[in-house]
Design a protein around this ligand. Sequence first.
Ligand SMILES: [Zn+2]
Length: 350
Amino acid sequence: MIEFKRAATTLALVAGLGVAVFVSAQQIGGEVPVWKGPDGPIDLGLRDPVLVGALDLHTHLDPDMSGGGQVARAMDTIDMARQARARGMRGFALKTHMDVSSAASAYYAREAVPGVEAFGRFVMNLPVGGLNPAAVMQFVSINGGWGRIVEFPTRDARPRQPENRPWVAPWLSLFPGRPNYVPIVEGGELTDDAKGIIELVSRIRTEGSNGTVVIATGHATPEGHVLITREARRLGVPTLITHPNDTVSDAQYQEMKELGAFFEVLLDFYQGDDEADAKIAFALKQIERLGAESIVLATDCGQLNNPLPADCIVLGAQALRARGVSESQLDMMLKENPARLLGLPQTATR
Ligand SMILES: [Zn+2]
């Protein structure tokens, strides 16, 4: 269950939209206990038409563990399902960086909160053996068939990850020959394993609910995003470019757009000490560059240092509206496009 404390978070969010206004002990003077910061967000309970029918394809929720060193989760998958139903959301996808358990969590969320469309999104990092076709089969076979997004490596992607990752360091010297990252591109081409995964995904439907499976590109290099997209689109696999940034060139963006990919843009504007203005400006840039028709807005929220996902959607929508994004663009990016990407009917079936 959620235990919400620390009204200070709410006050800061409401007063300054994420601008922290805490006063330090030094400013007050004297012996003041050290304030260690909030231990979780308050449910702001924000309501907004943009929530009605929204499908958030990127949340981080318990009981997921993304490998140590992660920001702890503020709520679990069933809490999220309850929040989604209370606010009129259509549903959400739980992203598990390290294993296929998001498909099982989606099953439980649907059992606990009928009417909410919960989905699993799993990433092919080292704990599942990297680009492992058997893990993909397990993910889509978990009862219900709600595992719908298979993602290329993130926390074990090459080359940006250090060797001292907590899920790697303890065994690295014991298994010197074993890969400690998951390559997807070699010599300017996708590896055979990467191609094989895309081909497998193109052929499968999820067990029980006959769903199509989406490929997400993960923390790929710009070249990796493009190569995955080309191969996925060649085989007719719906493709989500995982929150790309400015390292992707305009030409690369344009090519992927023409291939029919969707681009993920995140609404975690008020996470921790992040620069909200810079994040909002980047979201606007993506909407201008790619068009709302090619964008899936998702929160990347659910951690202790973010507002809760439904509040992230409302706060994000308010920020974008105030800068000229229209209601129909918001609906397209938060409702229509996520449904289209997952191959769902445009209106929820409940
Ligand atoms: Zn994330």
